[in-house]
Ligand binder design. Structure first.
Ligand code: COS
Length: 390
């Protein structure tokens, strides 16, 4: 039976996240965006109130929340500021492969670290020549005795300049394509080098860095899952994190919608508030429908995980639709503001800039369409059950 009601716990966590976004994020969001300020102070507060590391299981000290609750949190943080929200949620992306593939010792050490202190972790998949095409990566991990030695460069790494540890994908068999990739946990002090911080169009409060590994040695115990099975681990991770990205896109769209709705009731043209003009009403109506539909797809993609079902198709539907809708809704919000929408003194141009990355990171809108097309055109190609603990 389909039930759109949230549990009392889910309502409470949503309220906590909304309250946090309103009181701690919103007052600083536009300044941090302008100055590209890393929100360390907000990260510490969010960690303190329990809004970080949502899916780290209780046995490793985390809150062990369900995926739908994670989506509720991400929507509210995205409503507050998606740049700051991305900084807060990035640990989830790095932690998922550890939770799925790490040994008991590795989980205790690295997931435990996130639960014990407001530490940060980054997910390192993308490279300058390997974005959508993950298999084209060039970073290598060569086994030497009881160590792996890593060499290579990763780019667009969220929280890369600040992370305490990194989940890194590297080739362990250069000839084997996607079947030659393995995943590792790499502590920062193993010798990770931060090459540069990117200057971005949007989400300017989030840190996006290029990092490199030059003969970085890590113990063989830091391998996640089996050698050469890292590609699947990455895909299973993205299945689990795309619902949260979708939720953040819904949050951006919701924020833009609220600003545009309120402004349309205040701004007078031709003798009446512009909300009285059908041209504006239809834009507001379309925004509302897109947000509602995106939220429902997002909830479904999270709820499937909570039921232990595979959600590859649902998470690509949600990510594709929510990201594209956030872009459309924020563009329309600027339109409702007219010329003022183009001015930085008004809030909506930031949201339009922030929305763009939702169509790019964690798989572009085109990659989501590719996944959807494969899933609907071909029989199911993978049969791993989802594990709600990850
Ligand atoms: N769960 C588990 N396994 C999966 C999977 C999933 N969701 N999707 C694919 N696989 C498996 C396949 O079953 C296949 O397994 P075999 O080795 O047994 O054949 C293997 O992974 C390779 O799959 P596929 O042939 O589909 O790989 P492609 O190289 O065609 O790549 C896409 C697939 C394009 C979907 C993938 O590379 C991708 O998601 N790219 C985007 C990456 C991304 O999001 N980057 C953003 C960086 S993170 S911020």
């Amino acid at each position: 039976m389909v039930d759109f009601n949230l549990t009392d716990e889910q309502k409470d966590i949503r309220e906590l996240a909304h309250d946090f976004a309103e009181k701690e994020i919103r007052p600083k969001a536009w300044d941090y965006d302008r100055d590209s300020t890393f929100p360390r102070d907000i990260i510490e507060k969010a960690w303190e109130v329990g809004l970080m590391n949502s899916h780290v299981p209780e046995e490793y000290g985390g809150p062990g929340l369900d995926y739908l609750s994670g989506c509720l949190i991400e929507e509210e943080l995205g409503w507050g500021c998606s740049g700051i929200g991305t900084s807060l949620m990035c640990n989830g992306l790095a932690a998922a492969p550890v939770a799925i593939g790490g040994s008991e010792e590795i989980k205790k050490e690295y997931l435990g670290m996130l639960a014990e202190e407001p530490k940060l972790a980054s997910f390192c998949l993308t490279e300058p020549d390997a974005g959508s095409d993950v298999s084209a990566m060039r970073t290598t991990a060569v086994k030497k005795g009881d160590k792996y030695v890593l060499n290579g460069t990763k780019c667009f790494i969220t929280n890369g300049s600040h992370a305490d540890w990194y989940t890194v994908y590297a080739k362990t068999d250069k000839e084997a394509g996607h079947r030659g990739i393995s995943a590792f946990v790499v502590p920062r002090d193993a010798g990770v080098v931060v090459d540069k911080k990117e200057d971005k169009l949007g989400q300017r409060a989030s840190d996006t860095a290029m990092i490199s590994f030059n003969d970085v040695e890590i113990p063989v115990a830091n391998l996640l899952g089996e050698e050469n099975k890292g590609f699947k681990l990455a895909m299973m991770t993205l299945d689990r994190t795309r619902p949260g990205v979708s939720a953040m896109a819904v949050g951006i769209a919701q924020a833009a919608f609220e600003f545009a709705r309120d402004y349309s009731k205040e701004r007078v043209q031709f003798g009446v508030p512009i909300a009285m003009h059908q041209a504006i009403q239809f834009m507001i109506a379309d925004m509302a429908t897109k947000i509602e539909a995106a939220r429902l797809l997002t909830w479904k993609s999270g709820a499937l995980l909570d039921q232990g079902d595979r959600n590859t198709l649902a998470s690509s539907h949600a990510k594709r639709f929510a990201a594209d809708s956030a872009m459309e809704v924020t563009v329309d919000a600027v339109q409702v503001y007219g010329g003022y929408g183009f001015i930085k003194e008004y809030p909506v141009e930031k949201l339009m800039r922030d929305a763009k990355i939702m169509q790019l990171y964690e798989g572009t809108s085109q990659i989501q369409r590719l996944v959807i097309a494969r899933e609907v055109l071909m029989p199911r190609r993978v049969d791993e059950p989802a594990t709600a603990a990850a």
